[in-house]
Design a protein around this ligand. Structure first.
Ligand code: ACO
Length: 280
């Protein structure tokens, strides 16, 4: 899940054409990568290709990148999965999720592997060497909500609206969203949100801890820039080590977490002393 970026250095970054076909835009400037979901005519609905291309972006980002911002084009984050994927014809240039099943050509293992491939588009956003920010305007439905949940921070405009629509469509949320949702709001509130498929507005998201910050629509870009400036002011090595510690805290006992803190601090101290020695 948290593979080091170096493992994939042989891969080429997605081309402009590949990004366009996936409904994405990518702009990298120094330590900041900005990804925009850009299919306004479909309310930024996403396809399988969107997520495999997101994974591809993660695998080929420069090691200089420390912050990733994901936003939707226009006034919506994302209407979730492109519902065309559940039609017999699928969406243009992509397999239909249901056609193979209906025809008996797809077995459980095929489908499991297919979904695992889609989840890769979400998993890399937890990588400790990156801080990922979802900048959310308007609806973030289903897979859109899960994409925002995959990020470390969610900065919301006051018109943001989350909805875990999957159960209303006979599905489960399967794009890595159930764990962060439960981690943030607790199992009881997560159950209520998912099993009613209701909309959670920006203010309630702030109260539940789903939103790091809620600002006016016009202030969203500035709030994201402020967050980026704050994050970049911190030592990169310490940021990576700290995110790694925080991410493992919940699964660790206190004893294990204390040991992890000691190990990480020893490495930090050695790095700091090494830098001082090199500079003297
Ligand atoms: N997949 C494919 N096309 C979509 C999707 C989608 N998820 N959402 C919107 N569109 C298309 C519409 O079909 C419409 O196309 P058309 O112009 O050819 O008729 C166009 O985008 C505009 O949609 P409207 O519904 O007219 O836009 P509006 O602003 O009124 O509503 C909203 C936006 C609330 C997002 C609404 O479109 C909606 O509810 N979409 C479906 C959301 C959904 O169920 N997503 C799946 C969740 S489950 C998951 O993600 C795994």
């Amino acid at each position: 899940m948290t593979q080091a970026p170096q493992e994939h250095r042989t891969l080429q970054a997605p081309t402009e054409e590949e990004l366009t076909r996936a409904g994405l835009r990518l702009a990298v400037e120094g330590p900041v990568a900005r990804i925009t979901i850009d299919r306004p005519e479909r309310r930024n609905a996403m396809t399988g290709r969107t997520w495999t291309t997101l994974a591809h972006i993660g695998q080929t980002l420069s090691d200089d990148v420390r912050i990733v911002v994901i936003a939707g084009a226009g006034d919506i984050f994302s209407a979730g999965v492109d519902l065309g994927m559940f039609t017999p014809d699928g969406v243009e240039g992509e397999r239909s999720i249901i056609a193979g099943l209906a025809e008996g050509e797809t077995d459980d293992a095929d489908l499991d592997a297919y979904i695992a491939g889609l989840q890769e588009g979400f998993l890399w956003l937890r990588r400790p060497d990156l801080v990922t920010i979802a900048a959310v305007r308007g609806h973030a439905i289903g897979a859109g909500f899960q994409l925002a949940l995959a990020c470390d921070l969610r900065i919301l405009a006051d018109d943001a609206r989350f909805c875990m629509k999957e159960p209303a469509l006979g599905l489960v949320p399967d794009l890595t969203g159930t764990k962060p949702l439960v981690d943030i709001v607790g199992v009881h509130r997560a159950t209520e949100i998912c099993l009613t498929a209701r909309t959670v507005g920006a203010e309630e998201s702030r109260e539940l801890g789903l939103a790091t910050l809620v600002v006016g629509v016009e202030e969203l870009d500035g709030a994201v820039d402020d967050a980026i400036a704050g994050l970049l002011a911190v030592d990169p090595g310490a940021a990576t080590a700290t995110k790694s510690l925080l991410r493992q805290a919940e699964g660790n006992t206190l004893e294990e977490q204390c040991a992890a803190e000691r190990t990480a601090q020893v490495a930090r101290l050695k790095a700091l002393v090494g830098a001082m020695t090199a500079g003297s």
